[in-house]
Design a protein around this ligand. Structure first.
Ligand code: SAH
Length: 356
């Protein structure tokens, strides 16, 4: 990627107007171009046929235009879930997942190349952080998948590789552009950002006046246990996290989702469930139970199905709404981050491989 060129797809409409005005272009050109990029999902300036050829040529020379390419697609035979391995302009790869639900299509996007949070059961963090994704690179995961599936996306979850709140500024631009009425205009209520719990950023997010859902990856209800699973627990205590959740709920009126990945013999006991219920209850949190997806390099095993149900029952008895996450695309690959790792290490991908 030529870093000297401005990344045009990361500019908001007012920024684009300013940019083109400085080049002597009329204001409506910016609106036209924004529409091509963020509504018509053009793959390049050459597609923008109602713009003068001279303007297109100039833009081509002066701006960088992000457009991700799918290098591998796997489709689940069970539920139609598709996992896309997308190539970034600099050759790095990210994973995004497309899921079909009754209420609409959902895309799970990555926010960074790699991750530096070090959660012990997660494949995305094994090689550390490579770099942050630009707003355009987050947007284009949604755009590329919309084009490839030919279907409208109604929900976006930032739950792929990376810690979104560790890429805060780019995430904010992305969220505003994704939900902008001049762009795809995805409802803020249909957007979820998942964090391992960066307390200062959670508080900052509460001030942004967004109606998105914040999901907190808790995974353990005590500091001692959480520290065994997630290094970030050394920085912020469960008490501080719950205080930040309370603040978020207060400021936005949006209920927090707690994510809890269940690992056999680690955090799946009755006492764990009771402690989790105690935390979730005052905030009326929704709890998402995720059976751990075993990763070769990590020694966490998936909790047994009867154990998961017992865990859920305890939550229910405490009037906590806990759902066991449907395991979408169980047959196509393991946990997030695995597809990319496999590809990078040159191993053969399993499952379908309709490369495009
Ligand atoms: N960094 C963010 C978002 C990425 S991960 C976060 O921590 O929330 C999305 C969710 O999947 C997190 O709850 C994460 O802890 C969980 N996860 C990652 N690897 C997993 C695995 N192998 N099994 C089960 N859940 C996993």
């Amino acid at each position: 990627m030529n870093m000297e060129k401005k990344d045009i797809k990361s500019l908001t409409l007012p920024q684009l107007e300013e940019e083109l005005a400085a080049r002597g272009e009329k204001k409506f050109r910016a609106a036209q171009m924004y529409d091509w990029m963020h509504v018509k999902l053009a793959r390049g300036f050459e597609e923008m046929t109602n713009l003068p050829g001279s303007l297109r040529e100039r833009c081509k020379k002066e701006y960088f235009y992000t457009s991700l390419r799918a290098v591998n697609v796997q489709e689940s035979k069970i539920d139609g879930t598709r996992k896309f391995l997308l190539e970034l302009p600099d050759g790095n790869l990210v994973e995004s997942v497309w899921m079909k639900y009754k209420h609409g299509n959902s895309v799970c996007i990555s926010s960074q190349v790699g991750c530096r949070m070090g959660c012990r059961f997660c494949a995305s963090t094994l090689d550390g952080l490579e770099r942050n994704l630009l707003p355009s690179e987050m947007l284009d995961q949604v755009y590329a998948i919309t084009l490839l599936t030919g279907e409208r996306v109604s929900n976006v979850v930032v739950m792929g590789t990376g810690e979104p709140l560790d890429n805060y500024d780019n995430l904010m631009v992305f969220l505003r552009m994704l939900t902008d009425e001049n762009g795809l205009h995805i409802s803020q209520r249909n957007v979820t950002v998942s964090t391992c719990g960066l307390v200062p950023q959670m508080r900052r997010l509460a001030e942004e006046k967004l109606q998105i859902t914040l999901a907190l990856s808790l995974h353990a209800a005590t500091d001692e246990k959480r520290r065994r699973i997630m290094p970030i627990a050394d920085r912020y205590s469960v008490a501080e996290l719950m205080e930040a959740c309370r603040y978020y709920f207060e400021r936005t009126g949006r209920r927090i989702t707690l994510e809890y990945s269940l690992a056999e013999g680690v955090n799946d006991g009755d006492e764990d469930a009771a402690q989790l219920a105690r935390l979730a209850k005052p905030l009326r949190c929704h709890v998402n139970l995720i059976p751990v997806n075993p990763v070769k390099e990590c020694d966490f095993a998936r909790a047994q199905a009867p154990r998961i149900r017992a865990f859920q029952n305890i939550l229910e008895k405490n009037e906590i709404n806990g759902t066991i996450r449907r395991e979408m695309g169980r047959d196509i690959d393991g946990a997030c981050g695995q597809l990319r790792r496999k590809r990078m290490s040159g191993q053969r991908d399993i499952g379908g491989n309709e490369a495009c």
